[in-house]
Design a protein around this ligand. Sequence first.
Ligand code: MSP
Length: 517
Amino acid sequence: MGSLMSRPFYITTAIDYANGSPHLGHAYEKVLSDVIARHQRMSGRKVHFLTGLDEHGQKVQQTALRRGLEPQALVDEIAGVFKGMLADLNISNDDYIRTTETRHKQVVQHFLQKLFDQGLIYKGSKTDWYSTRQEQFLTDKDRSPDGSWPEIYGEVTQTTEENYYFKLTQFQPWLIEHLRTHPDFITPRFRQNQVLEFLKEPMNDLCISRPKSRLTWGIELPFDPAFVTYVWFDALTNYYSAVADQGRWPADVHVIGKDILSPPHAVYWPCMLKALGLEPPRQLLVHGWWTVNSQKASKSAGNAADTLGFVRTHGADAFRYYLCREMVVGQDADFSTQTFENRYKADLGNNLGNLVNRLLNMVGRSYAGAIPAAAADEEPEKNLRALWTESVRKYDAAFTDYQLSHALEALWVFISAMNAYIEARAPWKLAKSADPADRARLDSCLAHVAEGLRLVGTLLLPVMPGTCAMLLTNLGRPVPVAFTGQLTWSAACAGSQVAEKCILFPPIEPSTASPAG
Ligand code: MSP
């Protein structure tokens, strides 16, 4: 781990819609990206981590109208709330882009003008079903099984509308070729196969405008002030507009949920960039969806927003750990009060937290708080060190594929082994023995547990930054900013003065009315 590379690693998240409160889905994506960003930084890469807010579109316009606010005032308020979530979750983003910012609008208009000048945008008209109540066009997919239009659409009529279209179709052969020659473009790979399947059908050109008669809250087309830009064309451009003058393009990885992979990120975005003569992003990392207590994580039910209450009750780090441990990247996962509380108690409190206190206690009592140097070196010590080497190798391999849950699983095998080791060595008994061989064993036992915890605390810094910093400080060790030289077994802890005790994960009564209950 930790070869020093000079090219900065540019990572982004999807930009959240400014039309509601932050919830679990938003939080998870930020945490996943943050752990990757922090891990890359500690591995010696320069990192640029971007997240932000998607502020234009019909929904924002409608909500603002309903609340009697200017759309800008509404999105300013929502931006504050979303930024608050980032602070609560200890997210280390380097920049935050909002699509109402001038730096963004300028790039969107520049992109549009360039495509227009190249003849890649044309004006066309289309007749389709239109719901006046919902102010949106409908397709046959929106019909009820009996062919009628559901109530919510009100009166549905055939409407002809003029709009601008981007010649997306022209780039289909290039896109297919790109996916074939870059098998890791979309990860996990089964998602890439799904996109290739989708591309077997001919695509349509992409409508990139909305007439102002229907929508005003958007970026005006530079070549026709009667129209604003379609939200996806606007939103996708954020990844480039945020770094336009910084020479960072292409992005290394866009972290997104499965619902916005195809067509926006897998089709529109690479084709837009190709048409503009820009490189596609290097990779799309696609995560699955969370359900909450087996229910759809729905905005209206508020269950997905309520899960964020665990950050308040159990701390950001426990929440971060849980999300990374529980979701296998790529698959869906369920957030339940029960599994959250179990992981908090078992993985964090009992397995890790108690081990730390056992160590501090023993070092305090038998060595006046100074960690001893290893003396005896027997089979159990050798095994523990070998297991560390194996665990860090597995952690690293899993992390390379962004499989955080597997990485953490491998690390917890090591933490459990340390618990088994201390149980088997029983230092509390060794401390009572008058035999010098036992004293040497006691030295080694505490030295090994201390060093094992130092290693664990270091490797886990990107996942639980606050807790691990506290752990290392309580072991009397500095908090490293890089992994280099920090992840191999050493005698670094010998002589360090430890704290008397340290509560990393305070016991919390399982609440019957817990946030996700
Ligand atoms: N604004 C668009 C993205 C534009 S990116 C150029 C959007 N916003 S969103 O607020 O609806 O979603 C933001 C991210 O959160 C998406 O990646 C989406 O997949 C993710 N999630 C929203 N709900 C989710 C879950 N229940 N579970 C996991 N992630 C989900 O889409």
